[in-house]
Write a protein of this length. Structure first.
Lengths: 184, 181
């Protein structure tokens, strides 16, 4: 029987490039990967393309996965390397049109009509404006509930660095949100 | 004045105050309330197609690089052969102008006649010891030069023959060259 990793995935089948096993892996991990894309300000087709690039990288290098860390951690590590690259590429290609689309989206979204939802939307936008690493750390810590140690494994740095990144991200977010009078 | 956003030295050890706890709650609530992005159709299929496209592009790039390296290896082999040829031609020219080649020919012809007259010349040889020893030394050195010359000629021939078949002998194969990069 093939080596089994977390989430009942057959690692041998994955290494052989079995499409069914790979589809299962994608199904399990796409919400978090797409969430990371979302937190870094990628939307719609851009977000799908970035996620596809992440899973393409996973597909190409799964044969080299040694199982020293959890498969999820390994996939998120790839995501943290690939998504910022895609983000930079799209930013360079479409020189900052997201502001407009975001404003439109904010006007059109029904969530904006209530103050709670407005606060939420502003927090999301503020997180998207952070640098890549800070956005990843905030997304994983506050949204996905990963521990500092787990995040450290994903972004390949010590826990102390993760804490520092979180601290800086909080300071930056507080600054942005105070300017908008969301927090005092 | 620019505000310094750097954390204090022991920032990670700081215990968050009530403000921080409230702000953390705002962040957590807002981020967890964010709707999950729409799952695209057949993301796995798209990713596999993308991976295969990248793989084939990578293979093509690698093949092109290998061909380029093979071309360079062949050019290097040809240059080496030309260089060896030039060295041999120079050496042959020097041997010719110094008269060594004629002395080799003379030594060969004299050794033939020597073998025929060995018995009769034994007595005469005792009287001319000095002359025969010096001629033997000359014959020995020209013999060494001649064998080196013939050896190099053979090596060049082998190299050229190998090049004409499209390969490079010894360690200068394209794979070995590719390993250098």
């Amino acid at each position: 029987m093939g080596e089994s990793v977390d989430e009942n995935l057959d690692l041998d089948a994955l290494r052989r490039g079995n499409p069914r096993a790979f589809a299962r892996l994608v199904e399990l991990h796409q919400p978090v990967v797409l969430g990371l894309c979302q937190s870094m300000g990628l939307r719609g087709a851009d977000s799908d393309d970035a996620a596809a690039e992440v899973f393409a990288a996973v597909f190409r290098s799964i044969a080299r996965f040694e199982g020293r860390s959890a498969l999820a951690t390994w996939i998120y590590r790839i995501a943290c390397r690939v998504i910022p690259k895609v983000r930079r590429r799209y930013r360079a290609a479409s020189s900052q049109q997201p502001d407009e689309t975001q404003a439109d989206e904010n006007q059109e979204t029904p969530l904006e009509r209530t103050s709670r939802n407005e606060i939420n939307a502003r927090v999301w936008t503020a997180v998207e404006s952070l640098d890549d690493r800070s956005a990843i750390v905030v997304e994983m810590f506050y949204r996905r509930g990963l521990s500092v140690e787990q995040i450290g494994q994903v972004i390949d740095c010590p826990s102390g660095t993760v804490k520092t990144l979180l601290f800086r991200a909080r300071v930056r977010l507080k600054e942005v949100l105070s300017r908008q009078e969301i927090v005092s | 004045m620019k505000k310094n956003n750097d954390p204090p030295f022991d920032a990670e050890l700081q215990i968050p105050g009530p403000d921080d706890a409230a702000f953390d709650l705002v962040l957590q609530t807002a981020l967890r309330a964010r709707p999950e992005p729409e799952i695209p159709l057949d993301l796995a299929g798209k990713a596999m197609r993308l991976a295969r496209t990248r793989e084939s592009a990578e293979l093509q790039r690698r093949a092109e690089r290998l061909a380029r390296q093979r071309w360079w290896a062949q050019m290097t082999g040809i240059a080496a052969a030309v260089l060896i040829g030039a060295i041999l031609a120079g050496a042959a020219h020097r041997l010719w102008t110094r008269g060594d080649i004629t002395s080799i020919a003379a030594a060969v012809s004299s050794s033939d006649s020597d073998s025929a007259t060995t018995a009769t010349s034994t007595a005469a040889a005792t009287s001319s010891d000095d002359t025969s020893s010096s001629s033997a030394t000359t014959t020995g050195s020209t013999g060494i030069v001649a064998s080196v010359f013939v050896g190099e000629l053979l090596l060049t021939g082998m190299l050229l023959a190998s090049l004409s078949r499209g390969g490079v002998p010894g360690p200068w194969t394209s794979e070995a060259v590719a390993g250098l990069y």
